[in-house]
Design a protein around this ligand. Structure first.
Ligand SMILES: Nc1ncnc2c1ncn2[C@@H]1O[C@H](COP(=O)(O)OP(=O)(O)OP(=O)(O)O)[C@@H](O)[C@H]1O
Ligand SMILES: O=P(O)(O)OC[C@H]1O[C@H](OP(=O)(O)OP(=O)(O)O)[C@H](O)[C@@H]1O
Ligand SMILES: [Mg+2]
Length: 286
């Protein structure tokens, strides 16, 4: 059967840009007209549903969508019957408790009996229960940071990234309740053909993520230093070696991880490497 994979994505907001970029880098094209809430991929058996992020876990659990991209915070708050397939590494933020910056924080037990405004009552309730604190959870749907200054609550529990919204509203972060990032979720009972499509998509996502984390490196090395340099850039199996016209030198090609990039470059220079070129990788199949 010619099944298609229905993918729920946030229409517009903090997840959208990176979600659309990832889909594009996976080589999947679709036309997204203004106001359009459903879009067919032109070169992959998929259809995109463009939704509010809060609705994504429910749609995936109910099978209206097969998979979706959503913040872990929303997935946990909605607590629908879905599974995380893969962590996507963008829209990183934390769900934190904050109090007015002039108030002394007396530890988590100091929240006992306080009123806390949040859009995440379920996650907050679990956190407080786990810490044996009983507080009055006041659910509001947005602009949570304003609550203490208008007398609505004594503390808040909301998303933080740079901390600038807290700062602007005279608040300080005192407890991290959850660390979150975008995740790919799936409904539990996918047909075999949809599972195959999901596997294809996942393979592409992982290739894109691996490519982003790594760089291709080319350098010239004196032949006498090849063994030493090989240890610094072991690559996927081992570095490629190419003869140069100058018989005392070789060209070495390999892949290095973004995380230890500068340390490796310094070590290579110290080992006598010259003419080092570093180029981005578009896809990386392991
Ligand atoms: N400041 C931030 N930095 C990084 N990621 C964030 C930030 N704020 C929110 N996120 C993540 O992005 C998700 C979507 O945030 P956004 O603010 O777009 O939600 P929203 O206003 O509820 O959108 P919608 O209109 O779709 O309901 C959040 O659930 C969270 O996972
Ligand atoms: O720590 P910061 O970098 O300031 O980010 C935190 C803010 O970002 C999110 O809101 P957003 O700006 O997405 O607006 P929203 O409330 O309309 O969702 C979140 O709800 C916080 O208010
Ligand atoms: Mg929302």
């Amino acid at each position: 059967m010619n099944d298609i994979l229905r993918i729920a994505v946030q229409k517009s907001g903090r997840l959208s840009e990176d979600s659309f970029a990832l889909i594009k880098e996976c080589g999947i094209d679709f036309q997204n007209g203004i106001g359009q809430l459903k879009a067919q991929a032109t070169n992959f058996p998929a259809e995109f549903l463009l939704l509010r992020d809060d609705d994504i876990p429910g749609y995936v659990a109910d099978g209206v969508a097969d998979i979706g991209i959503v913040g872990e915070n929303v997935m946990l708050e909605k607590s629908k019957d879905t599974e995380v397939v893969h962590r996507l590494g963008f829209s990183k933020c934390r769900l934190s408790i904050a109090i007015p910056k002039n108030e002394e924080y007396k530890g988590i037990k100091g929240l006992e009996g306080k009123s806390i405004a949040t859009s995440y009552p379920r996650i907050l309730r679990h956190f407080l229960e786990a810490n044996q604190v009983s507080a009055d959870i006041h659910e509001i749907s947005g602009s949570v940071e304003i609550a203490p200054s208008i007398g609505l609550a004594e503390a808040i529990c909301d998303l933080v990234s740079s901390g600038s919204t807290l700062f602007t509203n005279g608040l300080k972060e005192v407890e991290v309740v959850l660390k979150s990032e975008a995740v790919l979720i799936r409904q539990k009972n996918l047909s075999e053909s949809k599972t195959n499509l999901l596997d294809k998509l996942l393979f592409r996502i992982k290739s894109v993520q691996n490519a982003r984390k790594n760089k291709y490196i080319l350098l010239n090395a004196p032949k006498s230093k090849v063994e030493e340099i090989k240890k610094l850039i072991p690559g996927m199996r081992s570095p490629s070696l190419m003869e140069l016209a100058d018989k005392d030198w070789v060209s070495m090609h390999s892949v290095i991880n973004e995380n230890d990039f500068w340390n490796v470059i310094e070590a290579l220079r110290a080992a006598g490497a010259e003419g080092i070129l570093v180029v981005p990788i578009e896809k990386m199949i392991l």
